[in-house]
Structures are given as C-alpha cells and as structure tokens.
Design a protein around this ligand. Structure first.
Ligand code: SAH
Length: 284
C-alpha cells in the first residue's frame, strides 16, 4: 500500500479531516521521507525530537534508527493514533501539546516536518536549545529567508539571527504534490548545525534587540533606522542624532549590511554609550 493510501485510510478509519489551521499536510512520498532521515545521519545513541508527528510515519522510521524519539503532537485525535501505531516501539515518547509551550526533555537532533504556521517562532525557540543538528522542512520561501544574501528581498532579521547561531544548508526542494492535502506552495528540506558565533558582539541580548529594531526599517539608512532602538534604550534625542552620525556604515541601508558589519556597528555603538555614561557620571 502506498503512503498516500495508508494515510487516507487511517484518516477515514478515525473520521479525521485534516485541519488547515494546524498545518496538517501529511508527507506522502516515501522517497522524500528516506531523504529526510538520511540527512540526519542518525546513530543509535541519538535522541531525536520530532515536532508535529502527525500520523507517525516519520516517527516510525526515526524509531528504527535512533536511541530515542520524542514525538510532540498538539492534536489529541492524532496523539491517540500515534500512541496506538507506535506502541511496539519502546523508544518512542509521545508528548501531547504545543511545542512552544510544553517542557521538552533533552535531545541532540531534530528531524521534523513542522506545521508551517509556527516556522519563525520555532526557529527562534530552537536556536536557544543545545543540539547537534536539525533537519527540517519549511515552505520554500521561508527556507530561502534563512540563508538569504544581504541586499536580496529575503534577507532580514531571521537571516542574521540564524547566521549568528548556526550554519544553514538548503538541501532539497519538495514539490507540493508530495503532501496530502496539497499545500499551496512547494517546500524545502534544510539542515541547521549550531556553531560558535562567527563574529563577536559585546552584549548578545542587546544586539538582538538592536537587530529586531533596525530590521523593522530595513529600507532606511542605518542612521535613521537606528533611532527607534536609541529611544527604546532611553537615549535623549540630541545625543541620539550625534550617536547615529558617529557609527560606521551610517549611510548604508540596513537591508544591504552583512551580519558582521551589523556586529561592528553595534559594538561601536555600545562603546560610545559606555563613554557617554562615564562622562555623564564624572560631570555629576
Ligand atoms: N510529520 C507529519 C505531519 C506534518 S503536519 C507528516 O509529515 O506526516 C504538522 C503536524 O504538526 C500536524 O500533525 C499538526 O497537528 C501538528 N502541530 C501543529 N501545531 C503544532 C504545535 N504547536 N505543536 C505541536 N504539533 C503541532
């Protein structure tokens, strides 16, 4: 029986209609399932997290190769099917809940076809975790944003944040026909490998606030785009203008700046802020 037939039969048997809101598009191409698994180079001591396990076909393949699989699924009806389908695998833990809210045990790899509606928060969530590699599928346009070059339309806050934390590879396109029900656009398999940051920033938390703020105005020149950030950290207007003029690359547009250049600018800014603070303290 083909994967498509098996999925349709299971859904019929349980009287389930795929929910668009939960991104329930099931992969029906076995060849792609195998590719996804092979990209994770699984070994028998790997603990794999799967986000959005659906009907459990990927989960079952993972269970055969990894030491342990943690399969998270939000839909209670699907969770029930998962428990039944996978009960012969002692190394599978099924967790019912929203991946963004539940507590997840430790894992060292991620292999998943997650719901597309949570792509962006999921990436930010994952980048805070400690793991070796993640093989994920996303909508093609989203995948391109992860690895976009400066100056292109896909380049943005997401690109810079991911670049800082991980190496990204765009591996394969998946035609939309490989899913049932068929989504509107094609997908892409990507791999993330966390790494040491490729450049240094003085204060990571502030750097990402800076990135968030300036990319809301990414078509502006840096000296203008930086103003909301300066007001967020309570720099008086008159100081903000002179600061904005003093930073490197102040006349470049945000969307054209490489992550390393943004790091340099930020470090310069932080240094100036310290100098201003200590001068203010002395004159008090
Ligand atoms: N991996 C499966 C299913 C992909 S569809 C396959 O390819 O066949 C995405 C799955 O994620 C659905 O089963 C959906 O119910 C589940 N899901 C949606 N939002 C979720 C969330 N916030 N947390 C966990 N699972 C979620």
């Amino acid at each position: 029986m083909s994967l498509l037939e098996e999925i349709r039969r299971t859904l019929n048997a349980y009287r389930i209609h795929p929910k668009k809101k939960l991104g329930q598009n099931f992969l029906v191409d076995e060849g792609i399932l195998e590719k996804i698994i092979s990209y994770a180079s699984l070994e028998n001591d790997d603990v794999v997290l799967e986000i959005g396990a659906g009907l459990g076909f990927l989960t079952e393949c993972l269970a055969k190769e990894a030491k342990r699989v943690i399969a998270v699924e939000i839909d209670p009806k699907l969770t029930r099917i998962l428990v039944r389908r996978l009960r012969k695998y002692e190394n599978v833990t099924i967790l019912r809940g929203d991946i963004m809210k539940i507590e997840v045990p430790e894992f060292n790899k991620v292999v998943s076809i997650p719901p597309y509606s949570i792509s962006s928060p999921l990436i930010f969530w994952l980048l805070q975790k400690d793991f070796k590699c993640a093989v994920l599928t996303f909508q093609e346009e989203f995948a391109r944003r992860l690895a976009a070059a400066p100056g292109t339309k896909d380049y943005g806050r997401l690109t810079v944040t991911v670049y800082y934390h991980a190496e990204v590879e765009l591996l394969d396109s998946i035609p939309k026909e490989s899913f049932w029900p068929m989504p509107e656009v094609n997908s892409m398999i990507i791999r993330l490998k966390p790494r040491e940051p490729p450049f240094h920033v003085e204060d990571e938390e502030k750097f990402f606030s800076f990135i968030r703020a300036i990319f809301t105005q990414k078509n502006k020149k840096l000296r203008n785009a930086i103003m909301p950030f300066l007001s967020e950290i309570r720099i008086p207007k008159k100081d903000a203008v002179s600061l904005a003029d003093s930073i490197p690359f102040s006349y470049r547009r945000v969307r054209e700046m490489m992550p390393e250049e943004l790091g340099l600018t930020f470090n310069h800014l932080i240094k100036r802020l310290y100098e201003m603070n200590s001068a203010a303290l002395k004159s008090d």
